[in-house]
Design a protein. Structure first.
Length: 443
């Protein structure tokens, strides 16, 4: 990708209406655009990061469920049926905006904050017999919540992205079995996205309709709103709300635990028969009796919140720092050319073309162990070296290739690792080999 085709203008100063580090850096780097408090649009590089996070989630969820997409707009009646229209204190409603529209339809709709009301009627259409169970559906979709404190950028949106999965089971044992599999898939995802070492499975309250615990996935992070108590020996943690009872149950003392600030990035629950009952969801069992209500579970991950958490954890005074698994590009070529077609520009162009060529396919001719397909951004703009170097640090792409006149006199270019700041000078002809070995060092 050529930078000149991205149509961006980075900002030197923090926007005056943002206080959260993630919002400030993402806005300055033009990854997001603020529409209003808690509502953001995603610009080219921001969308790339979000898509990569969501694809990593998808990869894990495909091992335990089938992907669907449910509607954002729901008939109000579905929410009346479960009694939650009046109960959920962050629920938004949508209705005709003007008289002409009202003349067409005066119906009122809910903008879904979560999708139990939609998934259960879908599931009851297909779960007719015990033979149809178990099954699980998931989606990655936009959610709407009327959050009172929308000052934390992507950490707390009024419109935000979430993966939500719902599973249906014949027995409690089968549900519990699946629940453990979901925990494994979740931790695999957190490892892949670069948060493996700082994410802890945390016992929390199960909500209003069950005595059972739920499990939150909490990332240790100063910007988080939660307090967790970590048992370092077992690697498990407790949310403050269940601490007292869990200390008793597990024969622990609070001194054994470390108190940490954390941000909830995922939450898995048993729903028991709370929703299946509301929709009169019954299946026929082996004896052809139609009176059995399935067990249901729900499993959420906040994909846009994770994007914010990555900035909070890894961003520094120079800007964003992305783990390589979700960076918008792998490499940025920072070409410090004075004008188009000078030597620096030509070398940069060659490097760009070399890194963009299609990956080699077997049979190999030799030397291809260095071959990897990178996603490359070339800063081809005619701007000062200072602006380009600062922008590159602000974007947080893992590897920079800095190409300038002085080094080129000796046929050298610089490779800079954004997360450590390490700079290595390499010969142009060794570039590909050096990139490959440095790529292993990127987190
Ligand atoms: P919180 O306690 O932070 O308000 P929650 O417990 O209400 O979150 P859930 O209903 O469990 O959230 O939603 C599942 C996941 O969706 C959360 O673990 C979180 O990662 C994400 N999420 C929830 N609310 C928001 C929001 N307003 N903005 C961004 N992500 C959110
Ligand atoms: Mg939660």
């Amino acid at each position: 990708m050529l930078h000149s085709k991205l149509f961006l203008k980075t900002k030197k100063e923090a926007p005056s209406d943002e206080v959260a580090k993630n919002a400030i850096l993402l806005d300055r780097a033009n990854f997001i655009y603020k529409e209003m408090a808690g509502v953001y649009s995603y610009l080219p590089m921001g969308l790339k990061v979000l898509n990569k996070i969501e694809n990593l989630i998808r990869k894990q969820m495909d091992t335990i469920g089938n992907e669907i997409t449910m509607s954002s707009l729901a008939p109000k009646e579905l929410w009346e049926k479960t009694g939650r229209l009046e109960e959920v204190d962050v629920l938004f409603k949508a209705s005709a905006a003007n008289e002409n529209s009202k003349n067409k339809s005066s119906n009122e709709y809910v903008l879904n904050s979560t999708h139990e009301e939609l998934i259960t009627p879908i599931a009851l259409e297909f779960g007719k017999s015990y033979k149809d169970f178990p099954f699980a559906y998931y989606q990655i979709q936009t959610k709407f919540r009327n959050e009172p404190r929308a000052k934390s950028g992507l950490l707390r949106g009024r419109e935000f992205r979430m993966k939500d999965l719902y599973s249906f089971h014949l027995t409690q044992e089968d549900f519990e079995d699946y629940y453990e599999k979901a925990k494994v898939a979740y931790m695999n995802f957190f490892k892949e996205v670069g948060l493996g070492e700082s994410t802890f499975i945390t016992s929390a309250s199960g909500g209003d309709f069950t005595d059972k615990l739920s499990h939150e996935f909490q990332v240790v992070c100063d910007a988080g709103e939660d307090i967790i108590y970590l048992n370092k020996n077992s690697g498990t943690a407790y949310n403050k709300e269940v601490l007292e009872i869990e200390l008793k149950n597990n024969n622990l003392k609070v001194e054994d635990l470390e108190e940490l600030k954390a941000c909830e990035v995922g939450n898995i629950f048993t729903l028991e028969d709370r929703f299946t009952k509301s929709f009169n969801f019954q299946y026929t069992n082996v004896d052809n009796q139609k009176n059995v209500v399935p067990h249901m579970g729900c499993y959420g991950i906040g994909s846009s919140r994770i994007m914010g958490v990555l900035v909070e954890k890894f961003g520094d005074e120079k800007g964003l720092v992305w783990p390589k698994a979700v960076a918008p590009f792998d490499i940025e070529i920072v070409s410090l050319h004075k004008e188009k077609n000078d030597k620096v520009y030509e070398v940069s162009k060659n490097v760009y073309q070399m890194l963009n060529r299609p990956p080699l396919t077997p049979p190999y001719q030799g030397g291809e162990e260095y071959s990897k397909k990178y996603e490359v951004l070339w800063d081809d703009r005619e701007l000062s070296a200072g602006v380009k170097l600062n922008d590159a640090d602000l974007y947080g792409i893992p590897m920079q290739i800095i190409i300038g006149t002085k080094n080129l006199e000796e046929n050298l270019v610089e490779i800079k690792l954004r997360h450590t700041g390490e700079v290595v000078k390499v010969k142009v002809e060794d570039l590909e080999k050096e990139l490959m070995s440095l790529w292993q060092k990127v987190f």
